[in-house]
Design a protein around this ligand. Sequence first.
Ligand code: BEZ
Ligand code: FE
Length: 297
Amino acid sequence: MSDAAEVSAQQQEVEARLVDTVVASFDACEDPRLKQVMVSLVKHLHGFIRDVRLTEEEWGAAIEFLTKAGHITDDVRQEFILLSDTLGASMQTININNEAYADATEATVFGPFFVEDSPAIELGGDMAFGAPGEPCWVSGTVTSTDGKPLAGARIEVWEADEDGLYDVQYDAGKRAARAHLFSDADGAYRFWGLTPTPYPIPDDGPVGKILTAVGRSPLRASHLHFMVTAPECRTLVTHIFPEGDPIGWKDTVFGVKESLIKRFEQQPAGTPTPDGRVIEGTWSKVVFDIVLAPGDA
Ligand code: BEZ
Ligand code: FE
C-alpha cells in the first residue's frame, strides 16, 4: 500500500504546484460563495487523492461508479442521494443547516421517497390506504418553541409498508402509506399509520455494491417520516424511530438521533382503539409532540 509519508520532497512540490494552479484558476470568479466552494472542493479532493496515493485504476473505477450511478438515476431512483446518505454527507448537511434551537424537534435525513402530491386525510384518518402492516395510532401536538400551539400546521407523513417498500417502488403513480393532514385549533393531530419496520435502501445499484464490498448492511432503522410546515416556522424534516429497534444506531444512513427514538406501545388483539375502529389483531400507539423553531417557512 502506498504511503503519502514516503513521497519525496521533489514529488510533493510537483503535486502542491498543481493544487495551487487549479486553485488559482478560480481567481476571476465573481461569485464569492461559488469561489469559496470550488477552491475548498479542489483542495480537499486533491488532498484525498494525494493522501491515499490514488492509482489510475482506482480513478477509473471511480469514474465508472459515477457513470453507473448516473445511468440508474431517473425520476424515482436517485442513486446520488443514496451515495450522499450512506457516506453521512446528507446527515452532516442537515446538522449544519438545522442548528439546535431551544427545545425544537431535531431534523433528520429526507430520503428519496417523498412525493409532492400526497393524499389529504382528516384528523384521525388512515394514511395506510391498504398498505400492509400493523396499524399504529400516532398522535401529538405541534407547538412553537415558546409553547404556543400551532393550529393548521401541515403535517406530511410517509413510510414503508411491512414488506419494506414505499408505494412509489411498486408503481410511480401509487399512493399508500403516505398522506398529509393539518393540526387542529389546539395544535393537536392524530392519524392511523403503520408500525414502522426495518427495510433496505435500494441496494441493487452501485451504492449497494459498495456497501457489500465494505461489509455494511443496507438496512435502515425502522422509521416514520414527517415534514411539518407552519407560517414563520423553520420547516422540520424528520422521522421517529421505535425504541428497541433491531437496527437502531446501525442505520445505514446515520439518521438516528436520541431525541427521535419514541416508545411505540404494542396493544394486544382486542384492545379498544382510541377512535372505536375495530382491529382484528394487534395495533400500536405512539405519541410524538413536535416543536418548531422560528424561521421563515
Ligand atoms: C428513507 O428513509 O426513505 C431513505 C433515506 C435514505 C436513503 C434511502 C431511503
Ligand atoms: Fe424512509
